[in-house]
Design a protein around this ligand. Structure first.
Ligand code: ZN
Length: 179
């Protein structure tokens, strides 16, 4: 077996490889320094991003992830804007940096809908960066396989001390490189 693609390694780390392919890879990586290191690395990243839904990151997790993946794409998007994140090849992970006026917020809620208005996923009381006025969402290439792929219509709802809610909306397009 020659070295599998990084994508295969990611699929392995996510437990998404068929058993025979997983066993082949495991035989290979014990004998291949490169794949062993890759597998360890990807495994750590996957653990870091736990779960299968795109997580919102605390600034601490964001720093850790950026340190581990210095070339990871990070797309800034302002309220009312639309932007595209390309995943594939070397970019297995990417960040959405949503600019939002959250400096005075006590709580931020997040929801993502598809272009038909169907709810994809929602997170209550998510981490936000009050210093930078940012909310950070992490995406992974393997979401390509999920119905989540495509466009997220995101709505952030920030509540401040006085109970005032401020809503910001974003259109986040994902482009996944073909296998
Ligand atoms: Zn190898």
């Amino acid at each position: 077996m020659s070295c599998p693609s990084l994508e295969t390694v990611v699929a392995w780390a996510l437990d998404e490889l068929p058993q025979a392919a997983a066993e082949l890879f495991e035989e290979h990586y014990f004998e291949c320094d490169l794949c062993f290191r890759r597998a360890q690395h990807v495994h750590r990243l996957v653990a870091e991003l736990d779960g299968s839904l795109p997580p919102l990151l605390t600034s601490e997790r964001r720093e850790k992830l950026s340190a581990a993946e210095p070339d990871m794409p990070a797309i800034k998007v302002r309220p009312g804007e639309r932007a595209t994140l390309h995943l594939g090849g070397k970019s297995q992970f990417g960040l959405w940096i949503m600019q939002a006026a959250v400096a005075d917020a006590t709580r931020v809620d997040f929801e993502a809908r598809d272009t038909h208005g169907e709810l994809l996923f929602a997170h209550q009381d998510v981490p936000f960066d009050a210093d930078r006025n940012e909310v950070v969402l992490a995406c992974q290439l393997h979401y390509r396989a999920l119905p989540l792929a495509g466009t997220f219509c995101v709505r952030l709802s920030a509540t401040d001390r006085a109970g005032t809610r401020r809503v910001s909306e974003y259109l986040l397009d994902h482009e996944f490189e073909a296998v």
